[in-house]
Design a protein around this ligand. Structure first.
Ligand code: 0O2
Length: 227
């Protein structure tokens, strides 16, 4: 009896270990790819930190308020692949999902957004893949932001790998609105009629945020002129 128990235990342990080994083997390409995206985020973040540092030194200005970065979660990646009817492979992720690595640059003023975007795009290791200007043409929801999909190389032990990163530029007001709107919209227990009402109000709030941005920029420019 004891021998049988030991045998069974040994067998279970063995299958558990092989199972874990299999999972590790199968997930290695995914884990590696995510690690490359993390490196790409670091590269992009550094570029903006350097620019902010230089502006601080040369002009006594900090055009960037905050940098927030995120790697898309496995659940969101899966959802997006399913929505686009793509195979669940690392090749499909790399080729068709452009926002796995996301860097959000929160600027003080709208003008700073375009300045920072231009300075990034003129760097010779950056390739622009796509640009969506939701500041010039806000979304129906009222969402405003400048989105760039860029390709940036990361330097690994034996290779140079181009990686895609989505850079979203927002002012503090744009980010304030988008963060709260995102929270409200994802609340599952709001009835459709109330949601419609709230959506209208949120769009109105977005317009007020835009107005605030323009007024604050006006104040900044008046001070600049005086100087
Ligand atoms: P998360 O967690 O923020 O990344 P796609 O990206 O392919 O799904 P599309 O239309 O090409 O679709 O992308 P779009 O609209 O240019 O950019 C999508 C991202 O912009 C969203 O990411 C949000 O971060 C942001 N966004 C776009 N519209 C709105 C909006 O109305 N409200 C808010 N709060 N954010 C918005 P994800 O994938 O939704 O999520």
């Amino acid at each position: 009896m004891i021998i049988n128990d030991i045998r069974e235990h040994f067998f279970k342990e063995l299958t558990r270990e092989t199972h874990i080994e299999r999972i590790k083997e199968n997930s290695l390409p995914y884990v590696s790819l995510m690690s490359y995206y993390r490196c790409a985020i670091m590269e992009v973040e550094t570029k903006f930190k350097v620019l902010n540092e230089q502006f601080s030194l040369r002009y006594d200005e900090n055009p960037i308020e905050t940098i927030k970065s995120r790697l898309k979660s496995p659940e969101s990646i899966m959802k997006k692949l399913n929505k686009k009817e793509l195979p669940l492979t690392t090749d499909a992720i790399e080729k068709y999902i452009t926002d796995i690595a996301g860097v959000r640059i929160i600027c003080s003023f709208e003008e700073d957004i375009y300045k920072m975007a231009k300075l990034l795009l003129q760097q010779d290791d950056i390739t622009l893949i796509e640009q969506k200007d939701y500041i010039a043409s806000p979304k129906e929801s009222g969402y405003r932001s400048l989105h760039l999909i860029v390709e940036i190389p990361i330097f690994l032990e034996n290779e140079k790998r181009p990686m895609k990163v989505e850079v979203q530029f927002r002012t503090i007001a744009m980010d304030f609105w988008a963060s709260l709107e995102h929270k409200i919209r994802y609340k599952k227990d709001i009835e459709p009629e109330l949601m419609e009402e709230l959506s209208k109000e949120l769009t109105e709030c977005a317009l007020r945020c835009a107005d605030l941005d323009h007024r604050m920029e006006g104040i900044r420019n008046r001070i600049k002129k005086k100087k």
